[in-house]
Design a binder for this molecule. Structure first.
Ligand SMILES: *Cc1c(COP(=O)(O)O)cnc(C)c1O
Length: 387
């Protein structure tokens, strides 16, 4: 790592190797086995409220989980899917894998996630224009911040459209004391190397019940029928999680709460540092029902603030460059999907919020590697950049 302060990087807890060694010892070096089963159980215990009928299926990536979620919701060629525009591209790409069209919806300014009113309007407009309802709604808990679940669910219920929650960034976040990943018909988690916990690469799909779980598992293992020969009655995928990766996941689950607590502690340090500092607005839980994991703390710069070098490429880019010179990694807020060349022909319902956030926002480091010393350097560098 050297002296570089990275935006987000997972940290091993120590027990990961034991689970991997057990897999080697017992020759479970395949995409199934005791670590996969154990990791799924760990996730269910962590995520699901008591008495929940949901099940968690471990998969090769969060993107694979979104794809199989859409497959399960029956998204097909020619369908439309409502997708939050302000997100990472992996929320939208699987809609294209299915030959369907993402219809992008802008954010509300409180959580930065899909605007429920605009979503409602957009669905009505799609129905008027195409004569059909969209097949699904994909919303995101961006940077760990839970979306306005109840309002989204209300809109979804009103139109009878199923919802997929992309909680890839929100492992451990809660809305009304329920864990993110639990809302909607399907929920998605990611265990990529830069997320809250890692399996080096991996993801999971939260399924509504045991039957859905078994179908997802079947899709993820090439859709083989229960015949002595290889019989396939529908398309299949190779999306199951490796037993080695799941071993890392089991070790990570032993330190998951520590990691979440650390991210919240880092957010508290930024809160204290910027509370009377003009020019910086820290993105915070907008109400008591929201409890973000603060996977990435994010700030926006107020228009009155002046940062050295902002004339060239705007405030976030000027700040990013100043921090980069000090070997501190930061990142622009996601560039909205409706502004991406690849998605330029997709319908979009906009209110300017996501574009404003892209133009004024910056994500700050928060991983377990960011301690008091690192924070002091980050905060003093940020403050000294103001003119
Ligand atoms: C990381 C991420 C994904 C994809 O997860 P992978 O495990 O990297 O495939 C999907 N959506 C969002 C919002 C993400 O941040």
């Amino acid at each position: 790592m050297g002296d570089r302060i990275l935006l987000s990087l997972c940290k091993m807890g120590g027990k990961e190797k034991d689970f991997i060694e057990a897999a080697f010892r017992d020759n479970w070096v395949v995409p199934l086995g005791p670590n996969v089963d154990g990791f799924e159980k760990d996730l269910e215990t962590f995520l699901l409220p008591e008495g929940s009928r949901k099940r968690v299926c471990a998969l090769a990536s969060g993107t694979a989980a979104i794809h199989l979620g859409l497959v399960m919701l029956g998204v097909e060629r020619g369908d439309e899917v409502m997708v939050q525009s302000l997100t990472f591209s992996a929320s939208a790409n699987p809609v294209k894998y299915q030959g369907a069209t993402p219809v992008f919806v802008d954010s509300e300014p409180e959580t930065w996630n899909i605007d429920p009113q605009l979503l409602d309007y957009a669905i009505k407009d799609r129905k008027d224009k195409t004569g059909r309802l969209p097949k699904a709604i994909v919303f995101v808990d961006l940077y760990g911040m839970p979306a306005k679940m109840r309002e989204i669910e209300e809109v979804a219920r009103k139109w009878g459209i199923p919802v997929l929650e992309d909680a890839a960034e929100a492992f451990g976040s809660e809305y009304q004391e329920e864990k993110c990943g639990n809302f909607g018909e399907y929920g998605v988690l990611s265990f990529n190397g830069n997320k809250m916990i890692t399996t080096s690469g991996g993801g999971a799909l939260v399924c509504p019940d045991d039957e859905a779980f078994r179908r997802v598992m079947n899709y993820a293992t090439q859709s083989r029928e229960a015949t002595p020969w290889y019989q396939h009655e529908r398309i299949g995928y190779n999306y199951r999680m490796s037993n080695i990766c799941a071993g890392i996941g089991r070790g990570q689950m032993m330190v998951a709460q520590e990691h979440i607590d650390h991210h919240r502690w880092v957010q508290a340090q930024y809160r204290e540092a910027f509370k009377d500092f003009e020019g910086i607005i820290l993105h915070e839980n907008p109400g008591p029902e929201f409890d973000s994991n603060f996977w990435l703390p994010t700030i926006t710069f107020s228009p009155e603030a002046h940062i050295s070098g902002e004339e060239a490429g705007g405030k976030p880019e000027a700040m990013r460059r100043i921090l980069e010179k000090e070997n501190i990694e930061t990142r622009h807020v996601w560039k909205p999907m409706h502004l991406q060349p690849f998605f330029k022909d997709c319908p979009a319902y906009l209110n300017g919020v996501s574009e404003d956030l892209f133009n004024s926002g910056l994500c700050l480091p928060a991983s377990p590697w960011v301690g008091q010393k690192e924070l002091e350097k980050i905060i003093s560098t940020i403050k000294s950049a103001f003119k």
